[in-house]
Design a protein around this ligand. Structure first.
Ligand SMILES: [Zn+2]
Length: 538
């Protein structure tokens, strides 16, 4: 036993896996790559250590492990204190903290549990690293381990080369921190370019009328409309939207162009079509149009601050707020309802013309942490579930229930925001859509979304426009046309044009043929990942 405790294997194993064990105990959701990357590094460092007879190489071994100790210490602190794992948003939140705040922050979060676990980790790591006795590979097993270590290095380099980021190759804080400067710099360039383009681009944007107007554009997340009672789901997951249906236009046949956030929002919020995805980064967005037309603009988000294309679009807004910063970047249990005070404040702003973008976390994995369980743990058995099989496992049922509860929570938030909007002066409207849907064991044994194995549940999204009486009276022609056309097929890459039409903002970038609310609207064949949408219906 003592031989094992002085081996380089024990030291490496302890340094890498103690933080992971703490994360499993405290954090609500851990990426699979955390475990895989740590196993990979264990094999790599462990295998190579047999070749480290020279003292300089031994120092190199120690340096790598000390780096992992520092990274592991931060993982432990973060997991115990905030119940989450380090993400780029956590670092972003830290960067926004100045040193005085940082100190107060540290004081506020020092506790018995985090201090104790951190001390155990540091002391045992110190002991393990001091005692390491280096051996050269003598037995056949040890020689095999050396080869395995070399293979792991090749694999890690190949993974890094393929993905261009450390995130999945280096575990914990270290991986996130290594990617951070590059991400941040390239994002800052994109933001600067978008700001410059707003100043210099030749485009027009004008309001139809000068009456007071407030529009709220809510972007949902991973919301499959087949899980909404508003769209016929057996479970009453959207009781509030169901009631508001008589005051809303519910579009029956909207699909996303992509089952991923980034490409979907790149084409829905800008003027380009899905075939021009590559041009989206340089295309003008709804934000620039509204701003130029004289609206005061907001971007309020519960999503990560360091993301394309939303960060750059948010940077154009007169005011933007990522509530992630208020929560030290922790994603779990950071409910969308925490945006409500910011949204209400924007609605109460004295500006006469306002457009407020709201970006929800909605029903993203991990579903259970997206709604307050004390009020919204409503679906708990298997009643009303429609799934790919009759023989769902307990954990599948539990995931579906959590997903449906998250939908119920979003529904109640939307009601609150709409009720607040009713109090606004003049014309008001709220447009709600989701960036894409979600497969929740609906048509196959899978939960999530993405470009591989796409199903219709990842594509079919809600699209709803609530508007007040003043809107209906003032824009009666548009209102009538769009109501009549609500069953027409539409794809989210035309949302830009639909939104301009609904808000009656004129622009040189506007294309009436792509706007569902004009008589000219021409439904197009919806090609998604190179296949017609109809192919996904099977
Ligand atoms: Zn998404």
């Amino acid at each position: 036993m003592s031989k094992f405790l002085t081996s380089h294997w024990w030291a490496t194993f302890f340094v890498l896996f103690f933080p992971l064990a703490v994360m499993y105990g405290y954090a609500d959701f851990i990426r699979e790559s955390e475990l895989n990357a740590r196993v990979g590094w264990l094999l790599m460092i462990g295998g190579f250590a047999y070749l480290f007879r020279h003292s300089i190489l031994q120092k190199f071994f120690l340096a790598i492990l000390i780096a992992f100790v520092i990274s592991g210490a931060l993982d432990i602190l973060y997991a115990v204190t905030f119940g989450g794992v380090f993400m780029s948003a956590s670092l972003e939140a830290l960067v926004y903290t100045d040193s005085k705040e940082g100190f107060e922050f540290a004081l506020a979060y020092i506790g018995l549990e985090n201090t104790l676990l951190l001390s155990v980790y540091l002391v045992l790591s110190y002991v393990a690293l001091r005692q390491v006795v280096f051996q050269s590979a003598a037995s056949r097993t040890q020689k095999t381990l050396v080869v395995l270590g070399v293979l792991m290095l090749v694999f890690a380099l190949q993974q890094f080369d393929q993905r261009g980021r450390f995130f999945e190759v280096v575990p914990g804080f270290a991986g996130v921190a290594m990617d951070f400067p590059k991400n941040r710099q390239s994002l800052e360039e994109v933001i600067a370019e978008r700001k410059k383009r707003y100043e210099t681009a030749d485009f027009s944007a004008t309001k139809a009328i000068e009456d007071p107007q407030t529009y709220v554009i809510v972007i949902g997340e991973s919301l499959n409309r087949n899980h909404m009672s508003l769209y016929g789901y057996d479970r009453e997951t959207t009781p509030n939207l169901d009631k508001l249906a008589t005051e809303s236009i519910v579009f029956k046949d909207a699909v996303t162009a992509y089952a991923q956030t980034r490409p979907s929002l790149s084409v829905s919020l800008t003027s380009v079509s899905h075939a021009q995805l590559n041009e989206a980064q340089t295309a003008l967005s709804l934000m620039e149009i509204f701003k130029k037309a004289g609206f005061k603009t907001w971007w309020i988000s519960n999503q990560q601050p360091l993301r394309y294309p939303t960060s750059a679009i948010a940077a154009i807004a007169d005011q933007s707020h990522f509530i992630s910063h208020d929560f030290h970047g922790v994603e779990a249990y950071r409910y969308d309802g925490y945006m409500t005070p910011y949204i209400e404040k924007a609605m109460e702003d004295t500006a006469k013309h306002k457009v407020i973008f709201v970006h929800m976390m909605g029903s993203h994995l991990h579903y259970r942490s997206k709604y307050p369980a004390d009020q919204f743990e409503v679906f708990t058995d298997d009643k009303g579930i429609q799934a790919y099989t009759d023989k769902l496992s307990k954990s599948q049922i539990s995931d579906i229930n959590a997903y449906d509860n998250s939908v119920l929570y979003s529904d109640s938030l939307l009601r609150g925001w709409i009720n607040k909007l009713r109090q606004s002066q003049g014309i008001s409207g709220l447009l709600f859509f989701a960036d894409h849907g979600e497969e929740v064991f609906d048509s196959k044994n899978f939960k999530g979304h993405g470009p591989d194995g796409v199903t219709r549940h990842m594509l079919e999204i809600p699209l709803i426009f609530w508007r007040n009486q003043s809107y209906q009276d003032t824009f009666s022609n548009v209102d009538k046309t769009v109501y009549e056309q609500r069953n027409q097929s539409v794809m989210l890459d035309d949302l830009f044009h639909l939104t301009l039409c609904l808000t009656q903002v004129g622009s040189s970038l506007y294309d009436a043929n792509r706007a569902l609310c004009t008589p000219n609207y021409q439904p197009k064949q919806r090609i998604i990942y190179g296949k017609p949408y109809e192919d996904y219906l099977k």
